[in-house]
Ligand binder design. Structure first.
Ligand code: A2P
Length: 279
């Protein structure tokens, strides 16, 4: 139930973009929060921008639409605003979301990302997704889609790790040139959960530069990290279950960083990922 509460608080605080996925196992709560807020008259469906994700076990083209339909059923919504391929690598289809062999190794599955993409295009044509995009794609993977013969829709966005310690200068430039929005995940440097986070990289929010700049504006390091990305055109999707921090992370539109501060923050880039996605 914590997700239901967090989404309702976020909507009240002004958030409209909600980043979800089937593998987060909380789409039923997100859908309920959105529907409750619509019933309250706080928002209309079209005010919300919900992003759903196609998981690795569902890359074969014939699985794409049924998978999205399952997400819509869980959400109890008619469409998602954005549907994205969560990762460029495919796992063996089936009930196991993380299929492994007897040696504990992931069982991959050979699929054609271009064919998966065509199935996403069909979902858009059917009105199940308003826009389609990708996540964790590198430049070559993006090019493969964009150079696909008969491409109908190019990816509108690429969701990747992005924050002051991992600023993605090259990918950001490439995506800018091709009108692909970068959506930055882990914009606060993650929860540092050791089961999936590389904690050898220091905690982002303890960074002295972010904290010093924050002092000047009476803002926290978190707000500076978010403002930095927003100001250079990167969409941020901070996660919090804490009401005060949910509101705090929204208070980033009443100040701006100077060009010098933007450069100082850019210089913090360590080119090290928190989320290594070793799979
Ligand atoms: P919590 O849910 O208790 O607020 P990311 O968005 O980079 O994945 O980071 C999420 C982590 O950062 C969560 O552990 C979240 O914890 C924490 N967090 C979210 N907002 C803030 C904030 N304003 N200051 C400090 N920590 C935050």
């Amino acid at each position: 139930g914590s997700c239901l509460e967090a989404v309702k608080i976020a909507i009240d605080a002004g958030y409209r973009h909600i980043d979800g996925a089937f593998v987060y196992f909380n789409e039923h709560e997100v859908g309920q929060a959105i529907r409750e807020k619509i019933a309250e008259g706080k928002i209309k469906r079209e005010d919300i921008f919900y992003c759903g994700k196609l998981w690795n076990t569902c890359h074969p083209p014939e699985l794409v639409r049924p998978t999205l339909e399952k997400t819509l059923k869980i959400l109890q919504l008619d469409y998602v605003d954005l549907y994205i391929i969560e990762l460029p690598m495919a796992f063996k289809p089936g009930d196991a979301l993380y299929p492994k062999d007897e040696n504990g190794k992931f069982i991959y599955h050979e699929t054609d990302l271009c064919a998966t993409w065509e199935a996403l295009e069909a979902c858009k044509d059917a009105g199940l997704a308003k826009s389609i995009g990708v996540s964790n794609f590198n430049r070559r993977q993006l090019e493969m889609i964009m150079n696909k013969p008969g491409l109908k829709y190019k990816p509108v966005s690429n969701q990747v790790e992005c924050h002051p310690y991992f600023t993605q200068p090259k990918l950001l430039e490439f995506c800018r040139q091709h009108d692909i929005v970068i959506v930055g995940y882990s914009p606060l440097g993650t929860s540092r959960d050791e089961s999936w986070v590389n904690v050898s990289s220091p905690p982002l929010l303890k960074d002295p530069v972010l904290n010093a700049i924050g002092k000047k504006y009476n803002k926290t390091a978190a707000q500076i990290a978010l403002r930095f990305n927003v100001q250079r055109g990167v969409v941020v999707i901070p996660k919090s279950f804490n009401p005060q921090r949910i509101r705090e992370n929204f208070q980033i539109f009443d100040f701006s960083l100077t060009e010098k501060e933007m450069k100082e923050i850019e210089a913090l880039n360590k080119n090290v990922r928190y989320v290594e996605l070793l799979m």
